[in-house]
Design a protein around this ligand. Sequence first.
Ligand code: NDP
Length: 256
Amino acid sequence: MDSISLFSLRGKRALVTGSSRGIGYGIAEALAGAGAEIIINSRNPEALGAAAAQLAEGGARVKALAFDVASEESVEDAIAHAENEIGPVDILVNNAGMQHRQPLEEWTLDKFHQVMDTNVTSAFLVSRAVVRGMIARKSGKIINICSVLSNFARASVAPYSASKAAIANLTRGMAVDWARHGLNVNGIAPGYIATELNEALLQNQEFNAWVEKRTPMGRWGMPAELGGAAVFLASEASSFVNGHILYVDGAFTATV
Ligand code: NDP
């Protein structure tokens, strides 16, 4: 096998949650570019349809599957539909997530739960539904989107950083439980990436200056820059990489 074919995803099907925009869209596009059929997801069917049309225009083989990753019922129905009507899911990227910024003492319990449910419980629910087929087929790749805030805290986003620390260790736990079934479970921890989730920060000059100074590469990352790491972790090239968190952060976590 030549080394380039190690990265080929031809014949594979990938579900990327939260992929109507931002990092999920960038990852879905990269997986499609490596040969995978992609299933994109978000809660909003219109936005999802528009994203699917744009990806198809770029040559992707793409299906749209609208469901709420934080709802057990919605996840179970959607994955059963996907496996029966579209086909087996070989690659799952748990990317859907949300942010909320408020001084910690002002956070409501509802908002705390919403962040945890969207960022962590979702990965458990979607993985549990998809992994049944993967275990039966004795193969599968799961990639969980973590964060540099899996390791660090920042003012006003403590529940978010708690959720990202949790998904990093959930990733290790999934690898430990499922490696014996032939699965690889890894994480990608992005640094500061220019997406809608960070819209308020992107509009804030002071924050922009902080990101540029704090990140040794001196800039925000772009969603497409997560694509290479995702293709690697979804492909044969990473066959013995398991339970690992790959930082794609412009050296953010390499410096103080
Ligand atoms: P965006 O807000 O740009 O995109 C989030 C995506 O998730 C959208 O497609 C959104 O669609 C979808 N989504 C949100 N909630 C749900 C839900 N309950 N069910 C299904 N889909 C949902 O975010 P980013 O692209 O910036 O972030 C993607 C991931 O990367 C998140 O996990 C985030 O925490 C992580 N991350 C982001 C960083 C950054 O700097 N941007 C840095 C580190 C990690 P809709 O709302 O229509 O459902």
